[in-house]
Each structure stands twice: as structure tokens, then as C-alpha cells.
Design a protein around this ligand. Sequence first.
Ligand SMILES: [Zn+2]
Length: 116
Amino acid sequence: MSGKAKKRYYRKHIDLFKLLQKIKLWPSRKGILHGIKSINIKGNRAEILTHCNERFVINNSKNSRVSRWLRNKWFFGVCGKCKVPEWKLEKYSSTYFSQYKGSKLESGEWQIDNKS
Ligand SMILES: [Zn+2]
């Protein structure tokens, strides 16, 4: 019974950066899921570095493609170079987004590692 991941809920309109820091997964434009190595937040922008050393600069938007893809768990494949572990994918697949319940990852529940 140990392989069954616990369901977790986040709010639908969660802060994108906080969500990315939490789940550490990045769906690329081509639909490939990468593992996030680091996130460097500068105001309303963040620089994402994946384990396969790809760099993306994104704006903090709840309505962006990435937010949408993460919420709907859209991806076609997993990056072979990032070596995303099975447990992380399992955790992601048992993550749900709801308008009414779940964590908003607000301060107290979640500490942002923001160096600036
Ligand atoms: Zn990758």
C-alpha cells in the first residue's frame, strides 16, 4: 500500500512562482516536463534553471501557459536529461487544483527562498 501517493490540493489561483518552487517541475513549450534545479526570483520575473541546464525567464502570471499546463498536468513526455524521479511524477499526478480548497502557499505555510 506504500506506492499510493496522498492527494494534495492547491488553490487554482496560486502564485506561479511559489507553485514552481514547491513542485520543481517545468513543462516546456514542446510539452516536455523538466526538473527545476533553481529558481531565481527578481521582482515579478523569475529565471528558471532546469537540471538539463536550460534557462527560462518567466513573468509571474496566473494565466500564463505554464500555469495552465501545470494545473491541467499537460505534458507529452519527460526530459531524459533531467532524470525526474518517479516519486516526483507520482506526487505531481496526485496534485489537484481547486477553486475552493487547498493551500495557497502563503507565508507561514511556505517560506520563499528569495535572496534579493
Ligand atoms: Zn530537462
